[in-house]
Design a binder for this molecule. Sequence first.
Ligand SMILES: [Ca+2]
Ligand SMILES: [Ca+2]
Length: 147
Amino acid sequence: MSPVVGRICRTEDNVTGFLCDDRVTCIPPSDLCNGVVTCPKGADEDTHMCSDLPNNLPGGLVFRCGNPQFWVFTDKKCNNFNDCGDCSDEIGPYAGCAPCGVDWWSCIPVDFQYCSCIPRGLCRDGRQHCYDWSDEYTCPQKFNLLD
Ligand SMILES: [Ca+2]
Ligand SMILES: [Ca+2]
């Protein structure tokens, strides 16, 4: 039996995950094949599965970037970080991400690291993080949100 059949589950954080051999433990996809044993019996570091990435991974855990040569684990999609390198995991119809959450400010970032949201902690810190400077002039400081 293929080691990747019937491996899709839901983690405690409600993301699609990988089911360990104990059929109980559900781990985030990005814990797979990272050289660190996460499953009780080490199924997340299975030699065969990890030998030909991402082809031997359960398909439901892989997101193909705009450039199909690149891919990310599905828990890296819509996390506001530019994991694909071209932001295709954060912006556009294939990613299908929700708007920025409350801890994030929506703008076009100057940092390559982000795509369409920056952490609110970067607002009003005296440094430009949005092309339109809205992080310094428009974004309310976090403690003002409840005013
Ligand atoms: Ca991402
Ligand atoms: Ca800033």
